[in-house]
Design a protein around this ligand. Structure first.
Ligand SMILES: CC(C)(COP(=O)(O)OP(=O)(O)OC[C@H]1O[C@@H](n2cnc3c(N)ncnc32)[C@H](O)[C@@H]1OP(=O)(O)O)[C@@H](O)C(=O)NCCC(=O)NCCS
Length: 145
């Protein structure tokens, strides 16, 4: 079955908000309901459900960074039941293509460090460490699009 990025609809919003990461990952990404709520107060935010076939299995959200031409990957998760099947990698590729076709040249993100950190996942997808943290203490990463 194919991974696709789909708009969140009245039919899928409950399922998207019910998606969950593993308990040990809960400090690493916000709940999807909070992300969708925040997107409504951030004019440049774009969010999509990650579908496997017809079913939502994840969520991704980005916005413009302060630096022109740079997108910030703000939220990204794959439901605990669907992790480890290379869906995250496929969905990230689609999100990066979307950002590139919207005119962005660079993407940055930030991760919480720790035992369940997605740092290694991002490094394997071409991100590099910037050697500094956000004001909130998250470790910054970036890659060209
Ligand atoms: C990070 C996340 C999206 C990855 O999704 P996934 O579908 O499990 O990842 P994939 O199966 O596509 O993994 C791709 C590769 O990265 C590796 N990988 C995935 N998560 C990893 C992790 N936390 N640490 C190290 N490697 C990891 C996989 O082993 C795989 O390697 P391979 O290609 O050599 O087999 C998922 O683990 C998640 O939702 N984590 C919790 C939320 C989070 O931290 N989000 C990012 C912060 S915004």
């Amino acid at each position: 079955m194919k991974i696709q990025l789909c708009e969140v609809t009245n039919e899928t919003v409950r399922a998207v908000c019910a998606l969950e990461v593993r308990d040990d990952q809960k400090g690493y990404v916000a709940a999807n309901a909070l992300s969708i709520a925040q997107a409504h107060f951030e004019p440049t935010a774009v969010f999509r459900a990650i579908h496997l076939g017809e079913h939502p299995i994840g969520f991704v959200q980005w916005r413009s960074a302060e630096t022109p031409g740079t997108a910030t990957l703000w939220r990204f998760m794959i439901d605990r039941a669907h992790q480890g099947a290379r869906h995250g990698r496929a969905a990230l590729d689609l999100a990066l293509q979307h950002m590139k076709s919207s005119g962005f040249e660079t993407v940055e993100t930030s991760v919480v460090l720790g035992p369940s950190s997605p740092l290694e996942f991002y490094l394997a997808q071409g991100f590099v460490e910037l050697g500094r943290t956000t004001p909130g203490g998250e470790w910054l990463l970036s890659r060209p699009l």
